[in-house]
Design a protein around this ligand. Structure first.
Ligand SMILES: CC(C)(COP(=O)(O)OP(=O)(O)OC[C@H]1O[C@@H](n2cnc3c(N)ncnc32)[C@H](O)[C@@H]1OP(=O)(O)O)[C@@H](O)C(=O)NCCC(=O)NCCS
Length: 181
């Protein structure tokens, strides 16, 4: 379909439409899904924001996009790339958010690996990071599965510390990783 960004065996990443708004609102207002992402967002705010994106779906270089389960056509996630200032350096984060009903099916790993490949091969990027709350075991597991390595803990706005994982094009990580402890 038009608007497709990339496709895997089971999933499609594509531009957002107005029909995606209810599922995206449900995703971002779910306390379980947003537990490690700053908590549920207010529904009215989400409706406005996703409504705006649907009216102007021009692809942004860095954004989150709907993940569609091919066999059902259901929106099962919101994933993509976001640019972030980390300790004064602009890094691009690989972000994966899957609806709770679809956890444990390998979807996050499948779409994250495809977005990583797209970033390196199509967009010409050299490195991606993931910023992960220390208690978000599932997210760390996905990061490792897509080839990321723990680099360091970084402070975030508001005082929280997050674990920074990174992967470089070609699989090379250019920092020496200190032993744990
Ligand atoms: C974390 C998250 C993305 C995992 O999605 P998923 O589609 O269930 O992940 P996968 O099925 O690809 O699982 C990948 C691996 O992580 C493991 N895993 C997933 N969730 C886990 C959890 N909560 N605790 C421990 N391991 C977990 C799986 O067992 C699997 O490991 P394996 O291949 O060794 O068996 C999903 O739970 C989610 O969207 N959470 C809320 C949003 C979020 O925190 N996103 C990450 C920050 S951007």
């Amino acid at each position: 379909m038009s608007g497709t960004i990339l496709e895997t065996d089971r999933l499609l990443l594509r531009l957002q439409t107005v029909d995606d708004v209810p599922a995206l609102v449900a995703l971002w207002s779910d306390p379980d899904v947003t537990r490690h992402l700053g908590g549920p967002r207010e529904r009215r705010f989400l409706e406005e924001e996703f409504g705006k994106t649907a009216r102007d779906p021009e692809p942004e270089r860095f954004d989150l996009w709907p993940v569609i389960e091919k066999v059902t056509g259901l929106l099962v996630g919101h994933c993509g790339l976001l640019d972030k200032d980390i300790e004064g350096t602009v890094e691009v984060e690989l972000v994966y958010i899957i609806r709770a009903a679809s956890w444990g099916m390998g979807y996050a790993s499948e779409i994250a690996a495809a977005i990583r490949d797209h970033a390196f091969r199509v967009m010409g990027m050299r490195r991606l990071v993931a910023l992960i709350e220390p208690s978000n075991t599932g997210s760390e597991r996905v990061a490792v599965k897509v080839g990321m390595r723990f680099d360091r803990e970084v402070p975030r706005p508001g005082g929280a510390r997050k674990r920074l994982y990174l992967v470089e094009a070609g699989g090379k990580v250019d920092r020496v990783i200190p032993p744990a402890g």
